[in-house]
Design a protein around this ligand. Structure first.
Ligand code: NDP
Ligand code: HSE
Length: 434
């Protein structure tokens, strides 16, 4: 009886995601073999620490700390779930050059080296697949690359970082502190090894760069995407956002303005009636607006062991099937990229939530209103709660502006920040109609 050759897999990394990949492959062994037409066989697993705890399905004999022992095997697929730029990038290049197809969950690497790595995959005639790099278990990469390939995408909005969404949701729901909720997100396996990538917005910016390749065909340098995290959001912001009818979400936004693109990542006020307001906890959501299709929303678990493994293993199945059917590299060759200019943040138009913590004395409101008026920023709503218990305690003045250019608001804040009545830096949050 002839035996079908297995699909040989080298796994780089066996942490949260790598462990989930092994579990899923073992759990669905027969089912996946039927889909691919051959069994999936893990040959080697690269780790840093041989004796660190692993999922029970991970066999001791697979493990090595020597990348050569993985890459010297005759592999069909190399799966990179190490994280970080190097040595991940160098190892992927070597795998591609040896003719293996590559699956990666590494958005940091893709944001920094994606176009070059895609070029090398095309040259080698193999696939570079990266569904898990954005949205965890949500099939947003496949949706943009395949399902929407016939349409013109004009804009996308995403809650792209599960850690930030978990922290914001729980801070609001339980009135919990930032550090405590970050520790929970880390324990649940959502956060990056370096969690400032999550909470300072860089992870979401990297994911936005990856989505921009597919949605807008754009080569973008992540360092040029205006990026803000969630560290400064406090309970007062949740309180006042709620009072104005909003909640606070960390958003990644991409929009076409002719040839230019506006890309930005920051916390924003979202109306409580918006679907985005109810995408909570570790859930991610991406809304894409296609010219012909209109809006299309994908929501699901954006981080964690098994949701992310679903995307990685789906990519393994895809690239293994293309190899077996003699068409490796087809999906990767379809990704076309070009440089596109970025619209500066000061030219973006929005409504704004402004919070000024000020001394409670005559002339303060006038000073704020004059500072805004001098830059043509028009006030839509304003709130100042009663006098502080002690005179030396600051009070908060909250303002919602009409739609205005960001440059004008920033100039007004700069002028107001020089006023002696201000007791802390002014807070600016954009209001997104999403
Ligand atoms: P972990 O830190 O949990 O796991 C990393 C794994 O890689 C560990 O097994 C570690 O070995 C190994 N490793 C790291 N550096 C080296 C090195 N230089 N040499 C050998 N082995 C190394 O990370 P995650 O599993 O959370 O993330 C992996 C990737 O997936 C990242 O790119 C991340 O951004 C991405 N991702 C993560 C998601 C999540 O929910 N966690 C979701 C989507 C994507 P050892 O175990 O011995 O330390
Ligand atoms: N640290 C990431 C997040 C993992 O929290 O979204 C998923 O990419």
């Amino acid at each position: 009886m002839s035996r079908v050759a297995s699909v040989k897999i080298g796994l780089l990394g066996c942490g949260t995601v790598g462990g989930g990949v092994i579990r899923l492959i073992e759990r669905h062994r027969a089912y996946l073999a039927a889909k691919v037409g051959a069994p999936l066989e893990i040959v080697r697993v690269l780790v840093r620490e041989l004796d660190a705890p692993r999922v029970p399905e991970c066999r001791r004999e697979w493990l090595t700390t020597d990348p050569e022992q993985v890459l010297s095997e005759e592999l069909d697929v190399v799966v990179e779930v190490l994280g970080g730029e190097e040595p991940a990038g160098a190892l992927l290049r070597r795998a591609l050059a040896r003719g293996a197809s590559v699956v990666t969950a590494n958005k940091l690497l893709l944001a920094r080296q994606g176009p070059a790595l895609l070029g090398e995959a095309v040259e080698a005639g193999v696939d570079l697949a990266f569904e898990a790099s954005v949205g965890g278990g949500i099939p947003i990469v496949r949706t943009l690359r395949e399902a929407l390939t016939s349409d013109w995408v004009g804009s996308l909005h995403g809650i792209l970082n599960g850690t930030c969404n978990y922290i914001l949701t729980e801070m609001q729901r339980r009135r919990a502190g930032f550090e405590e909720m970050l520790a929970e997100a880390q324990a649940l396996g959502y956060a990056e090894a370096e969690p400032s990538l999550d909470v300072d917005g860089h992870d979401a910016a990297q994911k936005l760069v990856v989505l921009s390749m597919l949605a807008f065909g754009a080569k973008v340098d992540a360092a040029r995407v205006p990026t803000e995290g969630i560290r400064k959001i406090d309970q007062l912001d949740f309180h006042y956002a709620d009072r104005f009818g909003y909640t606070i979400k960390h958003l990644a936004i991409g929009r076409e303005h002719g040839e230019a693109l506006s890309l930005r990542v920051h916390p924003a006020l979202v109306a409580k009636s918006s679907v985005f307001a109810n995408i909570d906890g570790v859930l991610n959501g991406v809304r894409v607006i296609g010219e012909a299709l209109g809006p299309c929303l994908l929501v699901g678990r954006g981080a964690g062991e098994m949701p992310t493994a679903v995307s990685v293993v789906a990519d393994i199945v895809d690239v293994a099937r293309s190899r077996r059917e003699g068409e490796p590299g087809l999906a990767t060759r379809g990704i076309q990229l070009q440089e596109r200019p970025l619209l500066p943040l000061e030219d973006v138009e929005s409504r704004y939530y402004l919070r000024f913590d000020v001394e409670d004395r005559p002339g303060v409101l006038g000073g704020i209103a004059n500072g805004l008026a001098a830059e043509g920023v028009s006030i839509e709503q304003m709130v100042q709660d009663g006098r502080a218990r002690a005179l030396e305690q600051p009070v908060s003045v909250l303002i919602i502006t009409h739609v205005t250019r960001e440059g004008a608001v920033q100039r007004a804040l700069e002028a107001i920040s020089r006023q002696p009545f201000l007791r802390g830096p002014a807070r600016l949050l954009r209001i997104e109609d999403v």
